[in-house]
Design a protein around this ligand. Structure first.
Ligand code: SN0
Length: 314
């Protein structure tokens, strides 16, 4: 594997999940693999889990880790080709990516979408420019359209907690006061399409995700119908894709609570975090036995470690 910026970069999911499980059983077993190697984590946006779990994963492999908040601490970068740089941007991505490649064996980047310029977001301008100009492997720590490390942790969590061969997994939109990226649901959908699950998406009309990603997946606009018999409820807010970056619905009926969970097959509740309590999901559910959000966050370390292991070995 040369990079991990999309769920599409996974060739053999089964093998990947086996590796993650093996790593989880003995996280320090490969402590020498990363000796004298460095991973650079570059953030254009806030992070808690991604930053610490990736750092922890690198540490478990014996790697050094350098972290930089590029948006506040670095030079403003130019991404355009042939630009006359007499404006705000001080440094071109061409130099920046090559320079970071001198210091790091892997570069990992977080760069959220603008949610204003759909074309720019869909081009994954920041991460794809690093891929283009860096001379080392690149990992996405959540880009404009995907969050592939999260999706891998989610897959591992479902594997661990499923009680039947082919569980029913529901991705449910839930309300939020801010316009959020489609990255987490996009990667989750891609991942569920690779897994042996009965997968269904529920969201209000107007919240259709990119149709090329959801192609072939059942979409049910009635949340109660979708939840019937579910084994996993994966909650997430996202802003509108068609009405790009807009909030067109804040209906509290979509907040996940006891009423909805009672329709399921004693389903487990999942969310990538951070989660707005009593907006996305009620306290009652989040604080209940049904919630997997903490084991899910724990799995971020092992999925990141599996990805780094792959990048260092092949
Ligand atoms: C991000 C998102 O993509 O939805 C990161 C999730 C891993 N979430 C947020 O930005 C939530 C911010 C908030 O204020 O709740």
């Amino acid at each position: 594997m040369k990079k991990y910026t999309s769920v599409d970069d996974i060739q053999d999911l089964k093998e990947f999940l086996e590796l993650a499980k093996k790593i989880k059983a003995d996280p320090l077993a490969n402590k020498k693999l990363g000796k004298d190697k460095t991973i650079g984590l570059l953030f254009f946006n806030p992070s808690l889990r991604t930053r610490l779990s990736t750092q922890k994963a690198a540490q478990n492999l014996g790697m050094e880790c350098m972290v930089m908040n590029l948006n506040t601490e670095g030079w403003t970068l130019e991404f355009g080709d042939g630009e006359v740089m007499n404006g705000a941007a001080s440094e071109h991505i061409k130099e920046a990516a090559q320079v970071v490649s001198q210091y790091c064996d892997i570069i990992a980047i977080r760069s959220f979408p603008t949610l204003k310029d759909k074309e720019k977001d869909e081009a994954e301008t920041v991460i794809s420019s690093f891929v283009k100009y860096a001379s080392v492997p690149v990992i996405s720590l959540e880009g404009a359209t995907e969050h592939p490390l999260q999706a891998l942790a989610d897959a591992l969590t479902i594997e661990e907690y499923k009680t039947k061969e082919r569980p029913k997994v529901v991705l449910s939109w839930a309300p939020h006061p801010k316009a959020l990226p489609q990255s987490v649901p996009n990667s989750f959908v891609k991942m569920m399409k690779k897994m042996d699950v009965d997968f269904i998406i529920t969201h209000p009309k107007g919240y259709e995700l990119n149709p090329s990603i959801t192609e072939g997946v059942t979409i049910e606009h009635n949340q109660e119908t979708a939840f019937q018999g579910a084994d996993f409820i994966y909650a997430k807010n996202w802003s509108s894709y068609n009405d790009y970056g807009q909030i067109t619905n804040q209906d509290p009926q979509w907040t996940i609570g006891k009423k909805q969970m009672e329709l399921t097959n004693n389903a487990k509740f999942m969310h990538c975090l951070p989660v707005r309590r009593n907006v996305i999901v009620t306290d009652e559910i989040l604080d209940s036995e049904a919630s997997l959000v903490i084991p899910e966050a724990n799995n971020r370390t092992f999925s990141a470690q599996a990805v780094i292991t792959k990048l260092l070995t092949q």
